[in-house]
Design a protein around this ligand. Structure first.
Ligand SMILES: *Cc1c(COP(=O)(O)O)cnc(C)c1O
Length: 398
């Protein structure tokens, strides 16, 4: 028998979350923004295959690994695919060409690779990225317009196809003023430049009306999205693309708003079993370092899940966890392959009892992350390869 731990993935919840996001994006001037479903890091640990089928209703898929992009094409995804960090080296340009990938151009070296490389069979669509205050990727405000003009020359040469404008917010989850300041820079610098706009991750996407403020001063693009194959009539095309990631997986981008309150469903449930149950006298130390001592006689259980499975070692004693459907807490330090739980509230618990570490029927991944001083993103991405994934197909759900 395999070790009793598994990560259950529900593609139906992924689809549900996409619908929640799409219904929150209100149309402005008859235009609904298009959605790049962000599926980087193996779809935040959920698996590319589940994501490609569950996000069939998205307008495009976005990631940064070229192999993941190729995998999407091989799985039959015919729509747009965007590389969020663009091409990394000259040899990648042939992959962009062969698999019809949109690239991101955030530095002049990437322009050079395109200009000097072999001429692509089809012009490559690209978003030109502006650094409006994230200080990570993107042309500076001072260099953006000349970079865009250089991209327009590459477009005239048939190397680049449609061009779009892109930036990334540093504090869309917690500071509206900083976000507005970034937007002001974006609108000022990109004013009058052609092409669609993409500015919002999950936090921005779930902030009402924010996407529509981008490009407000500059007017909207008349040319529509960057997809030449698109058959949508020009007028109905959205000129904005949002880029939600974490919310599609049922976790919250906000510290103060839960995924549940946002109407999102966890798409991954990490569960395991108790492999030992014991009664310990008052004062007994539990686990490495004895960081927890039983304050009174108590029952504890040992769960077949540790940090080598991706459960955070920094989760403190008192991190929420569910045993046999009853919410309780962890005790002591997380080991490589095990962790301990307080069973006082779960007298019926025994070896084999089901434990939900996070997800449906347990605490949210965000609660566990908060107890470990991190964010749900990290935990979802870090579930170890040794944890078997069980995919619950749509027919099995409702
Ligand atoms: C990861 C990423 C996103 C999605 O971010 P979430 O916070 O998960 O919604 C959007 N845009 C870019 C450029 C990214 O790298």
């Amino acid at each position: 028998m395999p070790r009793p731990i598994s990560a259950t993935i529900r593609p139906a919840s992924l689809s549900h979350n996409l619908k929640v996001v799409q219904s929150q994006l209100q149309a402005r001037q008859g235009m609904q923004p298009r959605v790049w479903a962000v599926i980087k890091a193996r779809a935040y640990g959920h698996g590319i295959e589940s994501a490609v089928s569950a996000f069939a209703g998205a307008d495009g898929l976005a990631m940064l690994d070229l192999e993941e992009a190729v995998q999407c094409r091989e799985l039959g995804w015919a729509g747009p695919i965007l590389l969020l960090e663009g091409h990394f080296q000259a040899a990648d340009v042939a992959v962009l060409d062969e698999y019809r990938l949109h690239t991101t151009i955030h530095c002049s070296e990437q322009l050079e690779m395109l200009e000097r490389g072999a001429h692509p069979r089809r012009p490559i669509d690209a978003f030109i990225k502006l650094d409006t205050g994230m200080s990570r990727l993107g042309f500076t405000p001072a260099s953006y317009r000349s970079a865009f003009e250089r991209a327009l020359r590459a477009q005239q040469a048939g190397i680049l196809g449609r061009l779009g404008k892109m930036t990334h917010f540093a504090r869309a989850d917690d500071d509206a003023d900083v976000t507005q300041a970034q937007l002001d820079v974006f609108n000022q610098i990109t004013q009058g430049l052609p092409g669609p706009i993409s500015v919002c991750n999950s936090a921005g996407t779930l902030t009402p009306g924010l996407w529509a403020k981008a490009g407000a001063a500059a007017g909207t693009d008349s040319g529509g999205g960057p997809t030449r194959e698109d058959k949508t009539p020009m007028a109905a095309r959205a000129s904005h693309w949002v880029r939600p990631g974490i919310c599609l997986y049922g976790a919250s981008p906000f510290a103060q708003r839960s995924a549940h309150a946002l109407g999102l469903r966890p798409a991954m449930t990490l569960s395991a079993s108790l492999i030992s149950v014991r009664d310990i006298p008052a004062g007994t130390g539990v686990g490495y370092g004895h960081i927890f001592h039983a304050p009174a006689p108590m029952r504890i259980g040992v769960v077949a899940c540790g940090y080598a499975d991706g459960y955070p070692r920094h989760a403190v004693s008192g991190t929420p966890i569910t045993v046999d459907g009853v919410r309780t807490v962890t005790v002591g330090r997380v080991s490589m392959d095990m962790l301990a739980v307080d069973l006082d509230a779960v007298p019926q618990a025994r070896v084999g009892s089901t434990v939900v570490l996070w997800g449906e029927g347990g605490p949210s991944v965000d609660e566990v992350a908060a107890a470990a001083g991190t964010i749900g993103y990290e935990l979802l991405c870090a579930v170890a390869p040794r944890v078997p994934r069980t995919i619950i197909s749509t027919e099995d759900t409702q």
